[in-house]
Design a protein. Structure first.
Length: 722
């Protein structure tokens, strides 16, 4: 009996172990981590970019120096292109890919990965116009960090200005940047060697030239080089990058000269940090241990990894198991240490390998949700993921405020959060707390390699048809109030708002319509052309009264923002513009000829500014928010608007083709057979150019069609026969 109980216990524990292994879909996490980098793309976006709320941004980069420096990645939640951490991110991503390509292949992410890497290596090539010149940064903190707004607005906001480009040359050296970029390009040349040998050779030549630049003209990029990255990305020295760059050139070329350079510049490291953008010593020791097999490098690496796994004499562990190095980006450090541990275990055999491996697995599981809070610390992944990262584009404020709106407007897929600020497992979502809540290109770099290894060891699958296009929220609206009124006029203040975010953009035109019922004026003997329209402010009225439903005396006044005053989602005074408009009968008219209370757009208005759906707004002539009054259109009127009606007896359908945005939210109704139920289709998908209306048997010979708007009034327009 005891033996049977023991067997059952073993089976139970085995099942429990299986559940732990299957706790996370590592393939999905890897897939989403790659997509994060597409959220960070700068420049004219490629057609393969899959982030529906992003658009072109930074399209003028390099114009200040007469070069095309577009492309690359925005660094983090801001829109600066810092060359140093960007290059490290590429090298670290490539290292994980080269070690664990099978993980990428298993979940069909290899081509997505390579496209994203090439996006940045193409940018680095642009930044290297001559052998000893390299543009290490575009924009700076003083220019960028005052503008909490979507990336698409940096080319629009007049106060933002031209983004500055900062160059390293022989008089202004930056060894750590150019040698790190050499490592990025050399590692990429290995990846593209088989699929695109010509491009691989180009990458390798740039890598060699950049390494020679850094080796020949030595200096710190923030000091001798004068690059304005002090504070956020200050340099701690460049000796480790000389080693790092040489090691990757050795791996790419097999030229033993580079290995000799790497060993010559390898200094005795401490063991108390992690591989990060400014400290490659912990990557160098792993690579040298792998490439040379020398005990010195193996011992160095083990001493470093022992620091990370020792809860008593090394790293501080939280109660929930996070290896916590420092408050700023704590998860980034544990993930970077995890990658170096895994790669060391893969390439060097030591008695402690299982401990190192278990450490890496425990840290990635913690990040994905195996923590005391039982929540993911990766955006868009897992249980209760963070939704308020310190990220301008994901938040997409139209007022340049971190608190408006309170909830973020987009999903940022797959970004590793900074993580708990202390080794206590406490994580508070606070968009303003960038130490715990920021995301960055370098945060995801080593983490992504760890995920690929987890896919290889524990399985996982990519999500099918991912990502789907994100549903848009309100992007444009009108705020309206009554400025003044009398027995002969109504004067309004209309604030046209641009809160666009799918993507953030400036339309070519922005107009609003105020609908009125002029029945009382018609009864008093006035015609539509007798009404007086005046407008002032950031635009004006586009003419007199315009017909909407003249059979029922419904007309509208249209106001338009001047092209040079177009609002954009970039601040309190920038995202909305006011137009004041007055609609009146002639001064000598009787007061009985003016009655605003029956006007469609007047309903609900007062002297207090409100969001007024009955004053709809149009971007580039298309209704984008608000409602219009009902109206009926005959077939003749439809044809005047450019529509065509024709039957399809084979499918037993009637087709209406044309610009459907002109009749958005209207309903096509078909009837005409005694005793039959009316059939209708609402015009909602205005991106199509045709709508099909189900009919009865068209061979019956006769039916008729009419158009009704949202409120339901219809008019029979004409009979049609086969």
């Amino acid at each position: 009996m005891k033996k049977n109980l023991l067997s059952l216990l073993v089976i139970f524990l085995g099942l429990q172990g299986t559940q732990v292994v299957a706790q996370f879909n590592y393939g999905e996490a890897l897939q989403k981590s790659i997509l994060f980098y597409e959220s960070q793309q700068s420049g004219v976006l490629p057609d393969w970019n899959r982030v529906s709320w992003r658009s072109d941004a930074g399209v003028n980069d390099g114009q200040d120096v007469g070069l095309d420096l577009t492309g690359g990645w925005f660094d983090a939640g801001d829109h600066i292109k810092f060359g140093f951490p960007m290059a490290f991110s590429v090298t670290a991503l490539n290292w994980g890919f080269l070690e664990y390509k099978d993980g990428y292949d298993a979940v069909n992410q290899t081509e997505h990965f390579k496209r994203n890497i090439k996006w940045v290596t193409d940018y680095f090539i642009k930044c290297h116009p001559t052998k000893f010149e390299f543009y290490a940064q575009v924009s700076k903190k003083g220019q960028d960090h005052s503008f909490w707004m979507p990336a698409e607005m940096i080319d629009v906001h007049p106060q933002y200005g031209q983004r500055e480009s900062f160059k390293l040359d022989t008089s202004h050296p930056g060894t750590e940047v150019v040698c790190e970029t050499a490592a990025a390009l050399a590692s990429a040349s290995i990846i593209f060697k088989d699929s695109d040998p010509t491009y691989s050779a180009t990458l390798l030549q740039h890598a060699k030239d950049l390494y020679e630049f850094g080796e020949t003209y030595k200096g710190k990029y923030t000091e001798e080089g004068g690059i304005p990255a002090v504070g956020t990305y200050s340099s701690g020295g460049y000796e480790d990058e000389l080693t790092w760059g040489a090691l990757w050139l050795y791996k790419a070329t097999g030229d033993n000269t580079y290995l000799q350079k790497a060993e010559a510049t390898y200094g005795e490291p401490d063991y108390l940090w992690s591989l990060v953008w400014d400290d490659k010593r912990y990557g160098n020791m792993v690579l040298l241990a792998e490439l040379t097999g020398k005990q010195q490098y193996i011992d160095n690496t083990e001493r470093h990894l022992q620091f990370w796994i020792d809860n008593n004499n090394g790293i501080t562990y939280s109660p929930g198991g996070q290896a916590h190095l420092t408050q700023w980006g704590s998860l980034r450090h544990s993930m970077n240490a995890a990658l170096t541990a895994l790669i060391f275990v893969n390439n060097v055999n030591t008695p402690n390998n299982q401990d190192y491996y278990d450490f890496a697995v425990s840290q990635v599981k913690y990040a994905l949700g195996d923590n005391p809070n039982n929540r993911s610390l990766v955006t868009g992944f897992g249980v209760n993921p963070p939704t308020k990262p310190h990220h301008r584009g994901q938040h997409s404020s139209w007022t340049r405020s971190e608190s408006i709106p309170e909830e973020s407007r987009h999903t940022l897929w797959g970004a590793l959060m900074g993580g708990p600020g202390n080794p206590d497992d406490v994580f508070v979502e606070n968009r303003s707390d960038f130490q715990a809540n920021e995301v960055a290109c370098d945060y995801n770099a080593c983490y992504q390699g760890v995920l690929a290894k987890m896919v290889m060891d524990f399985g996982g699958s990519e999500l099918p048809n991912f990502p789907t296009e994100e549903a848009s929220g309100v992007e444009f609206l009108n705020e309206t109030k009554i400025n003044s009124e009398s027995g002969r006029f109504t004067e309004l203040a209309i604030w046209l708002n641009n809160r666009s975010a799918w993507p953030a953009r400036v339309p070519g035109s922005l107009t609003a319509r105020y609908f009125i019922d002029i029945t009382e004026g018609i009864n008093a003997g006035y015609a539509p052309e007798d009404y007086e329209i005046t407008g002032r402010g950031n635009g004006g009225a586009t003419g007199g009264l315009q017909a909407w439903d003249p059979d029922n005396n419904i007309y509208y006044v249209e106001v338009a923002i001047d092209s040079d005053q177009m609002p954009f989602p970039g601040g309190q005074g920038e995202h909305r513009k006011e137009i004041q408009v007055r609609v009146s009968v002639p001064n000598n008219a009787a007061e009985s000829s003016w009655d605003p209370t029956n006007d469609f757009s007047y309903d609900g208005l007062s002297s207090t500014l409100i969001e007024s759906e009955r004053v709809p707004i149009y971007a580039d002539g298309v209704l984008v928010w608000g409602i219009e009054p009902s109206r009926s259109l005959s077939v003749d009127e439809l044809e005047t608007l450019g529509f065509q009606l024709y039957p399809n007896p084979v499918k037993n359908e009637l087709y209406l083709s044309g610009d459907l945005s002109k009749i958005q939210n209207s309903t096509i109704v078909i009837s005409g057979i005694t005793g039959a139920t009316v059939k209708s289709v609402k015009v909602s998908d205005v991106t199509a150019n045709q709508i099909s209306i189900p009919t009865w048997d068209l061979s019956s010979g006769m039916y008729f069609i009419s158009l009704t708007s949202t409120n339901g009034s219809t008019v029979t327009s004409k009979f049609m026969k086969n």
